[in-house]
Design a protein around this ligand. Structure first.
Ligand SMILES: [Zn+2]
Length: 110
């Protein structure tokens, strides 16, 4: 058996089958059957866009103090089949969260 036979199926990127907005968090159901929860503020603070992260260094330039405690999505829509685009209540709208990013930020939920 080759290496690829071993890692092949695991290399598939999980994608959400459902994303629900709960109280202060997103609840994501993944196509591998797991579920995770991601708080709105944590997601806002982890925004991967060029306004929040310095592109050449990867340094986060977003000041957490500038983000309201009760920040929440004003709108959230899938971007293609690979990401979630969120317009935040603080007016920030350039954040696009890929599935692996959402996956990495989420905490396992039951
Ligand atoms: Zn951003």
């Amino acid at each position: 058996m080759g290496l690829w036979d071993h890692i092949g199926p695991m290399a598939k990127t999980p994608a959400p089958t459902a994303i629900e907005q709960g109280s202060g968090l997103f609840s994501v159901v993944w196509d591998d059957g797991t579920r995770s929860e991601i708080s709105f503020r944590e997601l806002r603070l982890s925004c991967p866009c060029a306004e929040c992260v310095e592109e050449w260094s990867g340094r986060r330039t977003l000041d957490p103090a500038s983000v309201p405690e009760d920040v929440h999505p004003a709108a959230a829509e899938p971007v293609g089949s690979y990401a979630l685009g969120i317009v935040w209540s603080d007016g920030h709208s350039s954040g696009i969260y890929s599935w692996p990013t959402l996956r990495a930020l989420g905490r396992p939920a039951t």
